[in-house]
Design a binder for this molecule. Structure first.
Ligand code: ADP
Ligand code: MG
Length: 626
């Protein structure tokens, strides 16, 4: 009595197809890659209903001989490799021999092709694992693949497809990626009969200009470093051309578009000191490397790679990019923290200051504030800081202008829950209740200077507020009770198609976190509600950052371990920015919130949020004996 039996071939194909054919865009990717492997000079992609109804890709490549047509649809049959040695040094985009077979198992596929040495074209049809015999057809040299009714026989999968606009957005992204990898090939993209994109053969510069924007092209720097392997070529946007998201970051390894953490990290490092922390660079980089030094067979969709010498590749890419950017460093925006201030602070900190709560306790004993000094300082900083209670603060004037909508003032009220005016210097017995003391002034828009019983407290206001927002959001999410603030006037912003698609795809996950992002058109989104704790932040940046994270994780559900990443993004955008003037009451409110927040001594990125400098530390610094 046997209970283990082999699965029917069709079912095997359908199961395997799930890995390759996730949605119309993955079909487009596979077929376009086949055309490129066949040496096409022009590729025409035509879609109907976001590719769900029909995908037709025509190329003028080498074509397929009549005898090969049936093999083209067979699983694990390929013309591209024949041995393990071939696999290890593969240079073609395809090599697994399963794309067409997979597609044919879950859709109606027609393959029409004329081989470059043949006088006639032939056609073969495949659907649900069956295929017809090749028959003569009319076709110029090259191949046309037509895929209709995706998932017609696997309704469960069809249900996972999103709206036409969303599926089209993903297809368009796939064609863009291909177009940037091969500027020497002409591409056109049609949707429902309308030409959406058309790129003639061009240089990489012109292709980048056409695909990414003239603005990017004006800013970009040529990258060309290394010998034959590794070598890095392409273009990198000047630091002044920064983006809210990572949508314009294209990395290719031997012509293959990849999402690789190692390479992305190397690039981020190269830009690090040139760009504000929450902005992202744009680039199209091609890494050329001996195929034997990289494994592309990590994932069926081949979007991930593994380097034999990851560290070496990281170093190489970092230096190559840094060198290209050095030429343009002159036009980088001024660093957020002036170097003088930061070096002064760090020298103070490293020589004499005990960081964080725990170690500050000892220095508090015996410290006394010189009354003269204190009153002089208070007076001085009171004027500088603007003093007393002000009208409701305008936290983000720039952002409001960018949104083009009037923000309800109420949205700001929650920013610092406790923004009531407080005396700048409290009576001495308050000191114990408020270990972080009371604000004196703000330094260079970045730091809060506060005075406590022990001496001086320096707070990185953005880092501190970020931590507070993070912890608040985390608690709210944990208790499944995120207080939501509906916006009187939704914040409308223009968004990329992929962003709009992500908003639709992750609607439920977003709602669980307190967000309502509604598509208004194929290229705009409206933020209609946000978690209350974030309401004072830059809502557009926040929404973009969140969508970017969600696109990156690509999951329909936000998994537990990704939640912290999302929280970080939210906290970063929800937190008060550097270079914004805070009033003394606002600063005090922030100090109080820090005292009430767990782990407020470090920001989400592990950097300290504040330092204590005791009076003894300061005395030592000035060689002042007491
Ligand atoms: P792979 O690309 O991994 O070899 P596919 O299933 O994508 O597997 O394609 C199977 C074979 O069909 C390819 O190896 C190639 O010989 C042939 N083929 C597919 N598409 C084309 C095309 N557009 N032009 C020429 N040959 C093609
Ligand atoms: Mg292929």
């Amino acid at each position: 009595m046997r209970s283990i039996h082999p699965l029917p071939d069709t079912l095997v194909s359908q199961i395997a197809a799930g890995e390759v054919v996730e949605r119309p865009a993955s079909v487009v990717k596979e077929i376009v890659e086949n055309a490129l492997d066949a040496g096409a000079r022009a590729i025409d992609v035509a879609l109907e209903q976001g590719g769900i109804q029909r995908i037709r890709v025509a190329d003028d490549g080498a074509g397929i001989a009549a005898d090969d047509l049936t093999w083209a649809l067979a699983r694990h049959a390929t013309s591209k490799i024949a041995s393990l040695a071939d696999l290890e040094s593969v240079v073609s985009l395809g090599f697994r021999g399963e794309a067409l077979a997979s597609i044919a198992s879950v859709a109606r596929l027609t393959l029409t092709s004329r081989h470059r040495e043949a006088h006639h074209a032939f056609r073969i049809g495949g659907s649900g694992g069956e295929h017809s015999a090749p028959e003569p057809a009319a076709h110029a040299q090259g191949t046309t693949v037509e895929v209709a009714d995706l998932y017609f026989n696997t309704p469960a999968r069809r249900k996972f497809l999103k709206s036409e606009a969303t599926e089209f957005a993903h297809c368009e992204a796939v064609v863009e990626r291909a177009a940037l990898s091969r500027p020497d090939v002409a591409f056109s993209l049609r949707h429902n009969g309308r030409v959406v994109r058309h790129w003639p053969q061009a240089t990489l510069e012109r292709r980048l200009e056409a695909v990414l924007s003239a603005e990017f092209a004006r800013s970009m720097r040529a990258v060309d470093s290394g010998g034959t392997s590794p070598r890095l070529t392409g273009f990198a946007g000047a630091p002044s051309f920064s983006r809210a998201g990572r949508d314009l970051q294209f990395v290719y390894v031997n012509g293959r578009f990849v999402r690789d953490k190692l390479l992305a990290h190397a690039a981020r490092e190269a830009y690090r000191d040139l760009m504000h922390g929450d902005r992202h660079p744009a680039y199209a980089l091609h890494l050329h490397i001996d195929p034997r030094a990289v494994d592309v067979n990590v994932h069926p969709a081949k979007i991930e790679v593994r380097f034999r010498d990851g560290r070496g590749v990281h170093q190489f890419v970092y230096h190559a990019l840094a060198k290209a950017l050095a030429a343009s460093a002159g036009e980088a925006p001024a660093p957020v923290v002036s170097p003088v201030v930061s070096s002064l602070v760090s020298s103070l900190v490293s020589s004499t200051v005990s960081p964080l709560f725990s170690s500050s306790a000892g220095s508090a004993t015996g410290a006394s504030i010189s009354p003269i000094a204190a009153s002089r300082m208070t007076g001085m900083f009171d004027t500088a800081g603007g003093g007393g209670p002000a009208s409701p603060p305008q936290y983000y004037p720039g952002a409001q202008a960018a949104l083009g909508v009037a923000q309800p003032r109420a949205a700001y009220a929650s920013f610092f829950a406790d923004a009531a005016p407080r005396p700048a210097l409290p009576p001495a017995d308050h000191a114990d209740a408020h270990p972080l003391g009371f604000a004196l002034a703000q330094l260079h828009g970045v730091y809060i200077l506060a005075q406590n019983a022990a001496g001086l407290v320096l707070v990185d206001m953005h880092a501190a507020h970020e931590r507070i927002v993070y912890e608040k959001m985390k608690r709210a999410l944990d208790s499944n009770d995120v207080p939501v603030q509906k916006l009187l006037v939704p914040a409308v912003f223009s968004a990329g198609r992929l962003e709009v698609a992500a908003a639709e795809e992750h609607r439920e996950a977003l709602a669980a976190m307190g967000f309502d992002l509604a598509p208004l058109s194929p290229t705009s989104l409206a933020v209609r509600s946000v978690p209350s704790v974030l309401a004072g932040g830059d809502l557009v940046e926040l929404a973009r950052g969140l969508l970017r994270d969600m696109m990156e994780y690509g999951a329909a559900h936000v998994a537990e371990e990704q939640r912290d990443e999302l929280l970080s993004t939210m906290a970063c955008h929800g937190a008060v920015r550097a270079n914004r003037a805070l009033s003394v009451p606002e600063m005090n409110a922030l100090l109080r919130e820090m005292e009430d927040t767990e782990r407020s001594g470090q920001c989400n990125h592990g950097r300290p949020t504040w330092y204590q400098m005791s009076l003894q530390d300061l005395d030592k610094l000035f060689l002042r004996g007491r």
